[in-house]
Design a protein around this ligand. Structure first.
Ligand code: G3P
Length: 216
């Protein structure tokens, strides 16, 4: 099975604004676009129009809808510019249970895919029944580091994949840097990985993406 690779561009300087176009231009030439998701900052989501062959996702959405909601990123507005899904509840953008439930439900009604980020097994259990499109397990202490979730938490990944079975697809993230991390995650039952610094902070981001895909 080919892995699904979700790249979180976060708000790194080389991955927002005009700089992100340079990165997307490079990534656009990589084979296997159907399995790659580019999670961009809100102001960059309009680039979906410029890169129609790439799957651009958001990093956060609100359940507010249209109206007097200053600062909102409504699912409706994001869908309106051709975006099909978004991360939600990332460790760097945590939400209450009430808001998560409301947003996941609204997304399902609008046929919008949610990658619901969680930090531990209890949260996998708590949220799998909401049946978001994906649950992304990311232990916060490993985010941005060099120890990967697959080498550090194999048992949790395995348990999480059992909980998610027949409900939602499991992604794992934090410290992912190598093809072996990706393969180990798949062998433990994940559908793919969520990765940021391994690609975005790499001196040659495209080479890292290609090697994670196993194309080289
Ligand atoms: O959303 C992905 C992320 O939080 C993992 O970050 O830098 O460890 O790949 P990183």
């Amino acid at each position: 099975m080919e892995p699904e690779i979700f790249i979180n561009f976060k708000h790194y300087e080389n991955a927002v604004g005009y700089s992100v176009e340079k990165l997307l231009n490079e990534f656009a030439g990589v084979d296997g676009q159907e399995k790659i998701y580019y999670c961009l900052a809100p102001l960059d989501l309009r680039l979906q129009e410029k890169f129609p062959g790439m799957k651009i996702f958001g990093q956060h959405v609100d359940s507010t809808g249209f109206g007097a909601y200053t600062g909102s990123i409504s699912i409706e507005s994001v869908k309106g510019i051709g975006i099909e899904g978004s991360l939600l509840n990332h460790s760097e953008k945590r939400l209450s249970k009430e808001i998560i439930e409301k947003t996941v439900k609204k997304a399902a009604d609008l046929d919008f895919k949610i990658v619901l980020c969680v930090e531990n097994l209890d949260e996998v259990k708590k949220y799998a029944d909401l049946e978001p499109e994906y649950i992304a397990y990311e232990p916060p202490e490993l985010i941005g580091g060099d120890i990967s979730v697959s080498s550090s938490k194999p048992n949790i990944i395995e348990q999480a994949s059992k909980i998610c079975e027949n409900k939602t697809k499991l992604l794992v993230g934090a410290g992912v840097k190598t093809r072996i991390d990706v393969e180990t995650s798949l062998n433990l039952g994940a559908t793919g990985v969520l990765i940021a610094s391994g690609i975005i902070r790499n001196a040659k981001p495209i080479n890292m993406l290609v090697s994670l895909l196993g194309n080289r």
